[in-house]
Design a protein around this ligand. Sequence first.
Ligand code: NAI
Length: 481
Amino acid sequence: MSYDVCVIGAGPGGYVAAIKAAQLGLKTVIIEREKLGGVCLNVGCIPSKAMITAAHFLHKVEHESSTMGIEVSGVKLNMPKLKNWKQSVSDRMAGGVEQLLKGNKVEIVQGDAEFTSANDITVKSSKETRHIKAKNFVVATGSRPIEIPGFSFDEKTVMSSTGALDLEQVPKKLITIGGGYIGLEISSYLAELGCEVTILEAADGVLKGAADPDCIKVVERQLKKQGNVKVHTKAFAKSFEKKGSGVVVKAEVNGKVESFEADKILVTVGRKPNSDQMKLKQIGLNIDDRGFVKVDAQMRSNIPHIFAIGDIAGQPMLAHKASHEGVLVAEVMAGHNRVYDAKTVPAVIFTHPEIASAGWTEEECKAQGYSDLKVNKFPFAANGRAVSLMETDGFVKMIADNKTHRLLGVHICGPEASNLISEAVLAIEMGARLEDLALSIHPHPTLGETMMEAAEATLGHAIHMINKPVNTKKSSAQARV
Ligand code: NAI
Protein backbone atom coordinates (compact mmCIF):
# COMPACT_ATOMS: atom_id res chain seq x y z
CA MET A 1 0.00 0.00 0.00
CA SER A 2 1.21 3.50 -0.79
CA TYR A 3 0.30 6.72 1.02
CA ASP A 4 1.16 10.41 1.04
CA VAL A 5 1.77 10.25 4.78
CA CYS A 6 2.54 7.41 7.16
CA VAL A 7 2.47 8.38 10.83
CA ILE A 8 4.02 5.93 13.28
CA GLY A 9 2.69 6.25 16.82
CA ALA A 10 -0.83 7.39 17.76
CA GLY A 11 -0.11 9.51 20.83
CA PRO A 12 -0.98 13.22 21.05
CA GLY A 13 1.76 13.97 18.50
CA GLY A 14 0.99 11.26 15.95
CA TYR A 15 -2.81 11.24 15.98
CA VAL A 16 -2.95 15.03 15.68
CA ALA A 17 -0.47 14.94 12.76
CA ALA A 18 -2.55 12.25 11.03
CA ILE A 19 -5.87 14.07 11.45
CA LYS A 20 -4.38 17.36 10.23
CA ALA A 21 -2.66 15.69 7.26
CA ALA A 22 -5.97 14.06 6.23
CA GLN A 23 -7.81 17.37 6.68
CA LEU A 24 -5.29 18.90 4.27
CA GLY A 25 -6.14 16.28 1.63
CA LEU A 26 -3.21 13.89 2.11
CA LYS A 27 -3.81 10.13 1.94
CA THR A 28 -2.80 9.15 5.46
CA VAL A 29 -2.19 5.96 7.44
CA ILE A 30 -1.38 5.77 11.15
CA ILE A 31 0.28 2.79 12.83
CA GLU A 32 0.01 1.97 16.52
CA ARG A 33 1.32 -1.11 18.34
CA GLU A 34 -0.64 -0.56 21.54
CA LYS A 35 -3.66 1.66 22.14
CA LEU A 36 -4.74 4.74 20.22
CA GLY A 37 -3.96 7.82 22.28
CA GLY A 38 -0.51 6.61 23.36
CA VAL A 39 0.96 7.05 26.83
CA CYS A 40 -0.91 10.30 27.45
CA LEU A 41 -4.45 8.98 27.08
CA ASN A 42 -3.88 5.44 28.32
CA VAL A 43 -1.16 5.39 30.97
CA GLY A 44 -0.13 9.00 31.50
CA CYS A 45 -1.73 12.46 31.56
CA ILE A 46 -5.41 11.47 31.41
CA PRO A 47 -5.60 8.53 33.87
CA SER A 48 -3.33 10.38 36.30
CA LYS A 49 -5.64 13.40 36.18
CA ALA A 50 -8.60 11.11 36.89
CA MET A 51 -6.78 9.71 39.94
CA ILE A 52 -5.77 13.20 41.08
CA THR A 53 -9.37 14.44 40.82
CA ALA A 54 -10.64 11.50 42.90
CA ALA A 55 -7.88 11.87 45.50
CA HIS A 56 -8.54 15.63 45.96
CA PHE A 57 -12.22 14.91 46.27
CA LEU A 58 -11.62 12.33 49.00
CA HIS A 59 -9.15 14.61 50.76
CA LYS A 60 -11.65 17.49 50.75
CA VAL A 61 -14.47 15.34 52.06
CA GLU A 62 -12.29 13.86 54.80
CA HIS A 63 -10.42 16.97 55.89
CA GLU A 64 -12.07 20.15 54.65
CA SER A 65 -15.80 19.79 54.08
CA SER A 66 -16.68 19.97 57.81
CA THR A 67 -15.29 23.53 57.88
CA MET A 68 -18.02 24.36 55.36
CA GLY A 69 -20.61 22.68 57.55
CA ILE A 70 -20.80 19.52 55.50
CA GLU A 71 -20.33 16.70 57.94
CA VAL A 72 -19.80 13.36 56.29
CA SER A 73 -19.33 10.02 57.98
CA GLY A 74 -18.54 6.55 56.72
CA VAL A 75 -16.48 7.78 53.78
CA LYS A 76 -14.58 4.93 52.26
CA LEU A 77 -12.46 4.41 49.20
CA ASN A 78 -13.50 1.64 46.83
CA MET A 79 -10.27 1.27 44.90
CA PRO A 80 -11.45 -1.31 42.32
CA LYS A 81 -14.37 1.01 41.49
CA LEU A 82 -12.05 4.01 41.25
CA LYS A 83 -9.77 2.00 38.97
CA ASN A 84 -12.71 1.13 36.70
CA TRP A 85 -13.81 4.75 36.54
CA LYS A 86 -10.25 5.88 35.74
CA GLN A 87 -10.16 3.27 32.95
CA SER A 88 -13.49 4.46 31.58
CA VAL A 89 -12.10 8.01 31.34
CA SER A 90 -9.09 6.78 29.31
CA ASP A 91 -11.22 4.48 27.16
CA ARG A 92 -13.65 7.27 26.36
CA MET A 93 -10.82 9.55 25.24
CA ALA A 94 -9.11 6.80 23.21
CA GLY A 95 -12.48 5.95 21.61
CA GLY A 96 -12.81 9.60 20.64
CA VAL A 97 -9.42 9.49 18.91
CA GLU A 98 -10.51 6.44 16.90
CA GLN A 99 -13.70 8.20 15.79
CA LEU A 100 -11.80 11.32 14.79
CA LEU A 101 -9.23 9.34 12.80
CA LYS A 102 -11.93 7.36 11.01
CA GLY A 103 -14.12 10.43 10.50
CA ASN A 104 -11.21 12.15 8.79
CA LYS A 105 -10.54 9.05 6.64
CA VAL A 106 -7.19 8.19 8.23
CA GLU A 107 -6.48 4.47 7.86
CA ILE A 108 -5.57 2.84 11.18
CA VAL A 109 -3.14 -0.10 11.17
CA GLN A 110 -2.51 -2.04 14.36
CA GLY A 111 0.97 -3.50 14.75
CA ASP A 112 4.67 -2.98 15.32
CA ALA A 113 6.33 -0.86 12.61
CA GLU A 114 9.93 -1.09 11.51
CA PHE A 115 11.74 0.65 8.66
CA THR A 116 13.07 -1.75 6.02
CA SER A 117 14.53 1.19 4.10
CA ALA A 118 14.10 4.94 4.27
CA ASN A 119 11.07 4.58 1.95
CA ASP A 120 9.12 1.66 3.36
CA ILE A 121 8.17 -0.06 6.56
CA THR A 122 6.77 -3.39 7.64
CA VAL A 123 4.03 -3.62 10.22
CA LYS A 124 3.83 -6.88 12.13
CA SER A 125 0.79 -7.91 14.10
CA SER A 126 -0.34 -11.29 15.44
CA LYS A 127 -2.45 -11.66 12.27
CA GLU A 128 -0.25 -10.45 9.43
CA THR A 129 2.78 -8.55 8.18
CA ARG A 130 2.03 -5.54 6.00
CA HIS A 131 4.37 -3.53 3.80
CA ILE A 132 3.71 0.18 3.59
CA LYS A 133 5.25 2.79 1.31
CA ALA A 134 4.76 6.52 1.76
CA LYS A 135 6.00 9.82 0.37
CA ASN A 136 6.48 11.12 3.92
CA PHE A 137 6.90 9.45 7.31
CA VAL A 138 6.26 11.00 10.71
CA VAL A 139 8.01 9.25 13.60
CA ALA A 140 5.97 9.96 16.72
CA THR A 141 6.89 6.93 18.80
CA GLY A 142 7.45 8.73 22.08
CA SER A 143 9.45 7.74 25.13
CA ARG A 144 9.50 5.22 27.95
CA PRO A 145 10.39 5.31 31.66
CA ILE A 146 14.09 5.04 32.51
CA GLU A 147 15.11 2.05 34.63
CA ILE A 148 17.90 2.33 37.18
CA PRO A 149 20.33 -0.52 37.94
CA GLY A 150 18.97 -2.92 40.54
CA PHE A 151 15.37 -1.73 40.13
CA SER A 152 13.98 -3.51 37.06
CA PHE A 153 10.28 -2.85 36.55
CA ASP A 154 7.97 -5.78 37.25
CA GLU A 155 5.05 -3.32 37.74
CA LYS A 156 4.13 -5.14 40.95
CA THR A 157 6.93 -4.53 43.47
CA VAL A 158 8.98 -2.09 41.38
CA MET A 159 6.61 0.10 39.41
CA SER A 160 6.96 2.70 36.71
CA SER A 161 4.17 5.25 36.37
CA THR A 162 2.24 2.64 34.34
CA GLY A 163 2.06 0.20 37.27
CA ALA A 164 1.35 2.95 39.79
CA LEU A 165 -1.65 4.08 37.72
CA ASP A 166 -3.05 0.57 37.71
CA LEU A 167 -2.90 -0.33 41.42
CA GLU A 168 -5.58 -2.67 42.74
CA GLN A 169 -5.18 -1.28 46.26
CA VAL A 170 -3.51 1.77 47.76
CA PRO A 171 -0.22 0.57 49.27
CA LYS A 172 0.24 1.30 52.96
CA LYS A 173 3.79 2.48 52.35
CA LEU A 174 5.46 3.53 49.12
CA ILE A 175 9.02 4.55 48.29
CA THR A 176 9.26 6.90 45.32
CA ILE A 177 12.67 7.15 43.70
CA GLY A 178 12.91 10.49 41.88
CA GLY A 179 11.10 13.65 42.99
CA GLY A 180 10.41 15.09 39.53
CA TYR A 181 7.13 15.69 37.66
CA ILE A 182 5.81 12.15 37.76
CA GLY A 183 7.16 11.23 41.19
CA LEU A 184 5.48 14.20 42.83
CA GLU A 185 2.18 13.92 40.97
CA ILE A 186 1.72 10.23 41.81
CA SER A 187 3.10 10.55 45.36
CA SER A 188 0.77 13.50 46.06
CA TYR A 189 -2.40 11.68 45.03
CA LEU A 190 -1.45 8.37 46.65
CA ALA A 191 -0.76 10.30 49.87
CA GLU A 192 -4.22 11.87 49.62
CA LEU A 193 -5.64 8.37 49.20
CA GLY A 194 -3.97 7.40 52.49
CA CYS A 195 -0.56 6.01 51.49
CA GLU A 196 2.55 6.83 53.51
CA VAL A 197 5.12 8.03 50.95
CA THR A 198 8.89 8.39 51.21
CA ILE A 199 10.47 10.28 48.31
CA LEU A 200 14.17 9.68 47.63
CA GLU A 201 15.52 12.46 45.40
CA ALA A 202 19.12 12.56 44.19
CA ALA A 203 19.28 16.35 43.76
CA ASP A 204 19.25 18.83 46.66
CA GLY A 205 15.54 19.53 46.19
CA VAL A 206 12.44 18.21 44.47
CA LEU A 207 11.38 19.44 41.01
CA LYS A 208 14.85 20.95 40.56
CA GLY A 209 14.94 22.96 37.34
CA ALA A 210 11.37 21.91 36.51
CA ALA A 211 9.64 24.93 38.05
CA ASP A 212 10.11 28.35 39.59
CA PRO A 213 11.88 27.97 42.96
CA ASP A 214 9.22 30.03 44.81
CA CYS A 215 6.48 27.75 43.44
CA ILE A 216 8.40 24.66 44.51
CA LYS A 217 8.56 26.03 48.07
CA VAL A 218 4.75 26.18 48.26
CA VAL A 219 4.41 22.55 47.14
CA GLU A 220 7.13 21.44 49.59
CA ARG A 221 5.26 23.21 52.38
CA GLN A 222 2.02 21.50 51.40
CA LEU A 223 3.71 18.08 51.30
CA LYS A 224 4.96 18.68 54.85
CA LYS A 225 1.49 19.77 55.97
CA GLN A 226 0.02 16.64 54.44
CA GLY A 227 1.86 14.68 57.16
CA ASN A 228 2.30 11.35 55.38
CA VAL A 229 4.93 12.38 52.81
CA LYS A 230 8.62 12.46 53.73
CA VAL A 231 11.17 13.87 51.30
CA HIS A 232 14.85 12.91 51.50
CA THR A 233 17.11 14.92 49.21
CA LYS A 234 20.66 14.04 48.11
CA ALA A 235 19.35 10.50 48.36
CA PHE A 236 20.48 7.88 45.84
CA ALA A 237 18.61 4.58 45.86
CA LYS A 238 21.17 1.79 45.58
CA SER A 239 19.40 -1.55 45.93
CA PHE A 240 16.44 -3.28 47.47
CA GLU A 241 15.58 -6.67 48.89
CA LYS A 242 12.24 -8.30 49.56
CA LYS A 243 11.17 -8.63 53.19
CA GLY A 244 7.94 -10.51 53.83
CA SER A 245 5.36 -9.05 51.48
CA GLY A 246 7.26 -5.77 51.30
CA VAL A 247 10.70 -4.37 50.48
CA VAL A 248 13.69 -2.73 52.13
CA VAL A 249 15.42 -0.10 50.01
CA LYS A 250 19.01 0.83 50.73
CA ALA A 251 19.88 4.39 49.77
CA GLU A 252 22.84 6.69 50.25
CA VAL A 253 21.45 9.79 51.91
CA ASN A 254 23.92 12.65 52.31
CA GLY A 255 26.74 10.12 52.04
CA LYS A 256 25.32 7.70 54.66
CA VAL A 257 23.63 4.40 53.82
CA GLU A 258 20.08 4.24 55.19
CA SER A 259 17.31 1.63 54.93
CA PHE A 260 13.67 2.37 54.12
CA GLU A 261 10.82 -0.13 54.38
CA ALA A 262 7.74 -0.11 52.18
CA ASP A 263 5.22 -2.29 50.35
CA LYS A 264 6.14 -1.07 46.88
CA ILE A 265 8.65 1.03 45.00
CA LEU A 266 7.85 3.60 42.33
CA VAL A 267 10.75 4.62 40.06
CA THR A 268 10.31 7.97 38.31
CA VAL A 269 13.77 9.13 37.32
CA GLY A 270 12.89 10.45 33.87
CA ARG A 271 11.89 9.12 30.46
CA LYS A 272 14.01 8.27 27.46
CA PRO A 273 13.12 8.55 23.76
CA ASN A 274 12.26 5.34 21.88
CA SER A 275 14.87 6.07 19.22
CA ASP A 276 16.64 2.71 19.69
CA GLN A 277 13.65 0.97 18.09
CA MET A 278 12.28 0.63 14.54
CA LYS A 279 15.76 0.48 12.94
CA LEU A 280 15.93 4.28 12.94
CA LYS A 281 19.73 4.26 13.24
CA GLN A 282 20.14 1.56 10.59
CA ILE A 283 18.36 3.65 7.94
CA GLY A 284 20.75 6.51 8.70
CA LEU A 285 18.61 8.84 10.82
CA ASN A 286 20.73 11.26 12.85
CA ILE A 287 20.17 10.79 16.57
CA ASP A 288 21.86 12.98 19.20
CA ASP A 289 23.73 11.70 22.25
CA ARG A 290 20.60 11.95 24.46
CA GLY A 291 18.70 9.74 22.02
CA PHE A 292 16.56 12.43 20.38
CA VAL A 293 16.08 12.41 16.61
CA LYS A 294 17.76 15.54 15.27
CA VAL A 295 15.25 17.77 13.47
CA ASP A 296 15.19 21.25 11.94
CA ALA A 297 12.63 23.99 12.55
CA GLN A 298 10.14 22.08 10.36
CA MET A 299 10.65 18.88 12.41
CA ARG A 300 12.42 17.36 9.40
CA SER A 301 15.21 14.85 10.06
CA ASN A 302 18.41 14.54 8.01
CA ILE A 303 16.37 12.26 5.68
CA PRO A 304 14.13 14.94 4.12
CA HIS A 305 10.91 12.90 3.87
CA ILE A 306 11.14 11.59 7.46
CA PHE A 307 9.91 13.90 10.20
CA ALA A 308 10.01 13.39 13.97
CA ILE A 309 7.72 14.98 16.56
CA GLY A 310 6.93 14.78 20.27
CA ASP A 311 9.07 13.11 22.95
CA ILE A 312 11.36 11.44 20.40
CA ALA A 313 12.27 14.84 18.91
CA GLY A 314 13.49 16.54 22.08
CA GLN A 315 12.58 18.33 25.28
CA PRO A 316 10.25 19.31 26.75
CA MET A 317 8.55 15.92 26.72
CA LEU A 318 5.04 17.33 26.93
CA ALA A 319 1.88 16.24 25.13
CA HIS A 320 0.85 19.73 24.05
CA LYS A 321 4.25 20.36 22.48
CA ALA A 322 3.85 17.09 20.55
CA SER A 323 0.38 18.10 19.30
CA HIS A 324 1.65 21.52 18.22
CA GLU A 325 4.42 19.82 16.26
CA GLY A 326 1.87 17.38 14.80
CA VAL A 327 -0.12 20.20 13.20
CA LEU A 328 3.10 21.82 12.05
CA VAL A 329 4.48 18.75 10.21
CA ALA A 330 1.14 18.10 8.54
CA GLU A 331 1.14 21.63 7.18
CA VAL A 332 4.76 21.32 6.06
CA MET A 333 3.99 18.01 4.28
CA ALA A 334 1.01 19.69 2.58
CA GLY A 335 3.37 22.34 1.23
CA HIS A 336 2.57 25.18 3.63
CA ASN A 337 5.30 27.52 4.70
CA ARG A 338 5.60 26.79 8.42
CA VAL A 339 8.35 26.54 11.01
CA TYR A 340 8.38 25.96 14.75
CA ASP A 341 8.44 29.44 16.26
CA ALA A 342 6.48 29.17 19.51
CA LYS A 343 7.86 31.60 22.10
CA THR A 344 6.90 29.41 25.01
CA VAL A 345 5.76 25.89 25.82
CA PRO A 346 3.72 26.07 29.02
CA ALA A 347 4.30 23.40 31.65
CA VAL A 348 2.01 22.16 34.40
CA ILE A 349 2.79 19.99 37.38
CA PHE A 350 -0.42 18.59 38.83
CA THR A 351 0.63 18.57 42.45
CA HIS A 352 -1.56 20.05 45.16
CA PRO A 353 -1.48 22.98 44.66
CA GLU A 354 -0.71 22.89 40.96
CA ILE A 355 2.31 24.62 39.46
CA ALA A 356 2.06 26.12 35.97
CA SER A 357 4.51 28.22 34.07
CA ALA A 358 4.99 30.01 30.78
CA GLY A 359 8.06 31.91 29.67
CA TRP A 360 11.27 32.25 31.63
CA THR A 361 12.21 32.09 35.31
CA GLU A 362 14.24 35.00 36.74
CA GLU A 363 17.42 32.97 36.27
CA GLU A 364 16.54 32.19 32.65
CA CYS A 365 15.70 35.87 31.95
CA LYS A 366 19.16 36.83 33.19
CA ALA A 367 20.76 34.09 31.08
CA GLN A 368 18.91 35.58 28.10
CA GLY A 369 20.43 38.99 28.80
CA TYR A 370 17.52 40.61 30.69
CA SER A 371 19.26 41.85 33.82
CA ASP A 372 16.82 44.67 34.68
CA LEU A 373 13.63 42.90 35.72
CA LYS A 374 10.35 43.83 37.33
CA VAL A 375 9.11 40.94 39.48
CA ASN A 376 6.20 40.58 41.87
CA LYS A 377 3.58 38.15 43.13
CA PHE A 378 -0.10 38.37 43.88
CA PRO A 379 -1.29 35.89 46.53
CA PHE A 380 -4.38 33.70 46.11
CA ALA A 381 -5.16 34.49 49.77
CA ALA A 382 -6.25 37.96 48.55
CA ASN A 383 -8.63 36.61 45.91
CA GLY A 384 -12.31 36.16 46.85
CA ARG A 385 -12.90 33.12 44.66
CA ALA A 386 -9.82 31.34 46.05
CA VAL A 387 -11.00 32.01 49.61
CA SER A 388 -14.48 30.67 48.78
CA LEU A 389 -12.85 27.56 47.33
CA MET A 390 -10.71 27.14 50.49
CA GLU A 391 -7.70 27.09 48.17
CA THR A 392 -5.58 30.03 49.28
CA ASP A 393 -2.05 28.59 49.10
CA GLY A 394 0.21 30.11 46.47
CA PHE A 395 0.42 33.07 44.12
CA VAL A 396 0.74 34.34 40.57
CA LYS A 397 4.26 35.58 39.95
CA MET A 398 5.07 37.81 36.99
CA ILE A 399 8.44 38.72 35.55
CA ALA A 400 8.73 41.57 33.05
CA ASP A 401 11.44 43.62 31.42
CA ASN A 402 11.76 46.75 33.56
CA LYS A 403 12.30 49.06 30.57
CA THR A 404 9.49 47.91 28.28
CA HIS A 405 7.22 46.15 30.83
CA ARG A 406 7.04 43.28 28.32
CA LEU A 407 6.04 40.03 30.01
CA LEU A 408 8.88 37.48 30.12
CA GLY A 409 7.60 34.83 32.51
CA VAL A 410 4.56 33.85 34.56
CA HIS A 411 4.73 31.25 37.30
CA ILE A 412 1.60 30.21 39.10
CA CYS A 413 1.28 27.99 42.11
CA GLY A 414 -2.27 27.60 43.30
CA PRO A 415 -5.81 26.53 42.45
CA GLU A 416 -6.46 25.99 38.72
CA ALA A 417 -2.93 27.12 37.86
CA SER A 418 -3.20 24.69 34.93
CA ASN A 419 -6.13 26.64 33.49
CA LEU A 420 -4.95 30.12 34.41
CA ILE A 421 -1.62 29.75 32.60
CA SER A 422 -3.18 29.88 29.11
CA GLU A 423 -3.75 33.64 29.45
CA ALA A 424 -0.03 34.03 30.15
CA VAL A 425 0.84 31.94 27.07
CA LEU A 426 -1.28 34.18 24.86
CA ALA A 427 0.19 37.32 26.48
CA ILE A 428 3.77 36.13 25.92
CA GLU A 429 3.06 35.02 22.33
CA MET A 430 1.48 38.43 21.59
CA GLY A 431 4.38 40.31 23.19
CA ALA A 432 2.01 41.79 25.79
CA ARG A 433 3.11 44.29 28.40
CA LEU A 434 2.07 44.25 32.05
CA GLU A 435 -0.34 47.10 31.23
CA ASP A 436 -2.15 44.89 28.67
CA LEU A 437 -3.03 42.41 31.41
CA ALA A 438 -3.70 45.05 34.05
CA LEU A 439 -6.06 47.03 31.79
CA SER A 440 -8.04 44.01 30.55
CA ILE A 441 -11.27 43.66 32.54
CA HIS A 442 -11.32 40.27 34.25
CA PRO A 443 -14.63 38.87 35.50
CA HIS A 444 -15.38 38.90 39.24
CA PRO A 445 -15.31 36.81 41.32
CA THR A 446 -12.85 34.50 39.59
CA LEU A 447 -9.40 33.08 40.02
CA GLY A 448 -8.58 34.82 36.72
CA GLU A 449 -8.53 38.15 38.52
CA THR A 450 -5.21 37.09 40.07
CA MET A 451 -3.62 37.45 36.61
CA MET A 452 -4.79 41.06 36.33
CA GLU A 453 -3.81 41.81 39.91
CA ALA A 454 -0.38 40.18 39.55
CA ALA A 455 0.27 42.46 36.55
CA GLU A 456 -0.89 45.45 38.64
CA ALA A 457 1.26 44.31 41.57
CA THR A 458 4.28 44.06 39.29
CA LEU A 459 3.58 47.61 38.12
CA GLY A 460 3.40 48.57 41.82
CA HIS A 461 -0.28 49.36 42.15
CA ALA A 462 -2.43 46.31 42.92
CA ILE A 463 -5.72 47.08 44.67
CA HIS A 464 -6.10 44.02 46.87
CA MET A 465 -2.67 43.99 48.51
CA ILE A 466 -0.49 46.58 50.18
CA ASN A 467 2.00 47.66 47.56
CA LYS A 468 5.62 48.09 48.46
CA PRO A 469 8.04 49.57 45.97
CA VAL A 470 8.83 46.84 43.45
CA ASN A 471 12.52 46.16 43.74
CA THR A 472 13.62 45.88 40.17
CA LYS A 473 17.31 45.29 40.80
CA LYS A 474 17.16 42.40 43.21
CA SER A 475 14.16 41.03 41.34
CA SER A 476 12.86 39.57 44.57
CA ALA A 477 9.17 39.02 45.11
CA GLN A 478 7.39 41.55 47.31
CA ALA A 479 4.08 39.97 48.15
CA ARG A 480 4.21 37.75 51.19
CA VAL A 481 2.22 34.57 50.79
P1 NAI B 1 11.90 14.17 35.82
O1 NAI B 1 13.07 14.39 34.94
O2 NAI B 1 10.86 15.22 35.96
O3 NAI B 1 12.44 13.88 37.31
C1 NAI B 1 13.30 12.83 37.62
C2 NAI B 1 13.92 13.09 38.98
O4 NAI B 1 14.59 11.91 39.40
C3 NAI B 1 14.95 14.21 39.00
O5 NAI B 1 14.60 15.12 40.02
C4 NAI B 1 16.25 13.48 39.30
O6 NAI B 1 17.14 14.26 40.09
C5 NAI B 1 15.79 12.26 40.07
N1 NAI B 1 16.69 11.10 40.00
C6 NAI B 1 17.34 10.62 38.90
N2 NAI B 1 18.02 9.51 39.23
C7 NAI B 1 17.80 9.26 40.56
C8 NAI B 1 18.22 8.25 41.47
N3 NAI B 1 19.01 7.25 41.10
N4 NAI B 1 17.78 8.31 42.76
C9 NAI B 1 16.97 9.32 43.15
N5 NAI B 1 16.55 10.31 42.32
C10 NAI B 1 16.94 10.27 41.04
O7 NAI B 1 11.31 12.78 35.36
P2 NAI B 1 9.86 12.15 35.53
O8 NAI B 1 9.21 12.65 36.77
O9 NAI B 1 10.05 10.69 35.40
O10 NAI B 1 9.06 12.71 34.28
C11 NAI B 1 9.51 12.44 32.94
C12 NAI B 1 8.97 13.44 31.94
O11 NAI B 1 7.58 13.26 31.75
C13 NAI B 1 9.16 14.87 32.41
O12 NAI B 1 10.31 15.40 31.79
C14 NAI B 1 7.93 15.58 31.96
O13 NAI B 1 8.22 16.38 30.84
C15 NAI B 1 6.95 14.50 31.53
N6 NAI B 1 5.75 14.60 32.37
C16 NAI B 1 4.93 15.68 32.27
C17 NAI B 1 3.84 15.80 33.10
C18 NAI B 1 2.97 17.00 33.00
O14 NAI B 1 3.00 17.71 32.01
N7 NAI B 1 2.14 17.30 34.00
C19 NAI B 1 3.52 14.79 34.08
C20 NAI B 1 4.43 13.72 34.10
C21 NAI B 1 5.50 13.65 33.27
